[in-house]
Design a protein around this ligand. Structure first.
Ligand code: MD3
Ligand code: FE
Length: 217
């Protein structure tokens, strides 16, 4: 797969930005392969549909989720964890599509993390109003591994906090085709997504898809 860092003009050119120590934003990075990514995500969710999971505290999440790869992130009354089995289908999560794997490895390398080999991809589907409150990603075994996130469809406002929930947050808009890679000193920062604003995207309609690649096991 070839991803051009610089497209034909300003409006389609990919750019690289060091947002904070350990956080790199690759804007428009996946535009050249966006339809293939959406098709691959659709293939996964045809087998393991997105569903609204329950938090350990008993709240139904507004974001609908599915997974692919060796491990899938799940939550229910028993807690947050990774599982090899989709609890809805009772079978292993669908394999990670090759285009997902190569994109995640290339984006991590561009951000300075060589040989990133994700074994889990969480697919988050946001409809207008859906949000994700401030949290840390800490169910993974090795916090030395980065996380790669791909945004598709409607734009969302992302918030970065610090190492404590009460730390002040920085807001960043993530648009269709943007990739964010974080690791090192930023790996355990609090983060979240503000309620999705209504809108229509040419490829995805009234939704945002986020693909989050992790080394879980
Ligand atoms: C963490 N997803 O699934 S990932 C999640 O867009 C999750 O669906 C969000 O958080 C989503 O756990 C955002 C992107 C992200 C970006 C920067 C971070 C997570 C980050 C910086 C520090 C820590
Ligand atoms: Fe997260």
């Amino acid at each position: 797969m070839t991803l051009e860092l610089f497209g034909p003009d300003e409006s389609t050119a990919a750019t690289r930005e060091d947002l904070l120590p350990g956080v790199v934003v690759l804007r428009r990075w996946t535009l050249a392969v966006d339809a293939a990514l959406v098709a691959a995500a659709h293939g996964v969710t045809t087998i393991s549909p997105v569903r609204h999971m329950m938090t350990p505290g008993g709240f139904t999440m507004s974001v609908a989720m599915s997974n692919c790869g060796e491990w899938g992130w799940v939550t229910d009354r028993k807690g947050y964890r990774y599982d090899r089995i989709d609890p809805e289908t009772g079978t292993p999560w669908p394999a990670m599509p090759a285009i997902f794997q190569s994109l995640a490895t290339e984006a991590a390398e561009e951000a300075g993390y060589k040989n990133f080999m994700p074994d889990a991809c969480l697919i988050n589907r946001y409809e207008p109003g859906a949000r994700m409150s401030l949290h840390q990603d800490r169910n993974e075994r090795d916090f030395g591994q980065p996380i790669v996130s791909v945004s598709l469809g409607l734009p969302a406002v992302f918030q970065f906090g610090g190492d404590k929930r009460s730390d002040k947050t920085l807001r960043v808009t993530l648009s269709h085709g943007d990739v964010i890679v974080w690791g090192g000193p930023a790996r355990l920062r609090f983060h979240g997504i503000l309620p999705l604003k209504p809108g229509q995207h040419p490829l995805l309609g009234a939704q945002r898809l986020n693909l989050t690649f992790r080394r879980a096991g």
